[in-house]
Design a protein around this ligand. Structure first.
Ligand code: SF4
Length: 270
């Protein structure tokens, strides 16, 4: 594919962001906000509020959220925070309006941590689509942190993660050749990882596995982040990937999409 064809493809993928034109300083393009069980990463199994942003610049062969490519509503950031905190019912944020939460935190530095409370859902994941396409993403993170939430971002790995505020944990996808999006990886992100970040590889074949294994070992990635190897749904079976991991004694974790075992695999909003 020549450069101009590739650029025109990306332009088409980003076209739905037009809905944000003129609203970039106040709104985000949101596909859905819901409470569920975190299905992946070291946080798997925990109740979690998900904020799914709309639009993605990639088209992974196994993508299970293609509906987020074009379906999105421009929502004011106050409303995004309000809905997430209402779903989380997090005592750490009770009594704080979405916009006052950050104000109180900066004034007193004493906003209680939701994680210290006996109930509520203090864990919020911002996912997509590609969250880093949203200009207001850093501010959304700051608001959620100030309200006492533990914040995760899952990103497809093609954008610079240094825009993500301190205190947020990044789950960084590295796209394998089988995804069809390996050329989009920003490998500079491997040097931008911080404590608490995780790197995920979704594997579609033995060839993908070997490719990921070489990257992990060559870059000594286990020294920088928790590593997750995930079988692409119905492309590799979990027992097959497990056997490879045991045989090679790799310093990675098997990552299964728990939500696909709990609910029908194509169910949305879970
Ligand atoms: S980066 Fe994520 S949302 Fe985008 S196409 Fe790939 S799997 Fe789908």
């Amino acid at each position: 594919m020549n450069d101009s064809v590739a650029e025109s493809k990306i332009d088409q993928r980003l076209a739905p962001l037009e809905k944000l034109r003129g609203l970039e300083a106040t709104h985000l393009l949101i596909n859905e906000i819901y409470a569920s069980i975190q299905g992946e990463s070291t946080h798997a199994g925990r109740p979690c509020v998900f904020i799914r942003t709309a639009v993605c610049n990639q088209r992974c062969s196994y993508c299970d959220t293609a509906y987020a490519f074009t379906e999105g509503e421009a929502l004011h950031i106050d409303e995004v925070v309000r809905r997430a905190l209402a779903l989380g019912d997090c005592p750490g944020s009770s009594g704080l309006s979405p916009s006052s939460a950050g104000h109180q935190a900066s004034k007193t530095g004493t906003v209680p941590k939701g994680g210290d409370s006996p109930h509520g859902i203090p864990l919020v994941e911002i996912t997509g689509g590609e969250p880093l396409l949203q200009p207001l993403l850093p501010e959304l993170c700051e608001r959620l942190l100030a309200a006492g939430c533990e914040v995760l971002i899952e990103t497809g790995g093609s954008h610079d993660i240094s825009r993500v505020p301190q205190g947020v944990h990044v789950i960084l996808d590295i796209k394998t050749p089988g995804s069809g999006e390996e050329p989009a990886n920003d490998y500079g992100n491997l040097k931008r990882l911080r404590a608490g970040d995780e790197v995920k590889f979704v594997l579609t074949s033995r060839a993908d596995y070997e490719w990921a294994r070489e990257l992990v070992l060559h870059e000594k990635l286990a020294e920088r982040a928790t590593l997750l190897f995930s079988p692409a749904y119905r492309r590799i079976e979990p027992d097959q990937l497990s056997a490879w991991l045991i045989e090679d004694r790799l310093p990675v974790r098997l990552n299964l999409q728990l939500h696909k075992f709990i609910w029908p695999p194509n169910k949305r909003g879970v």
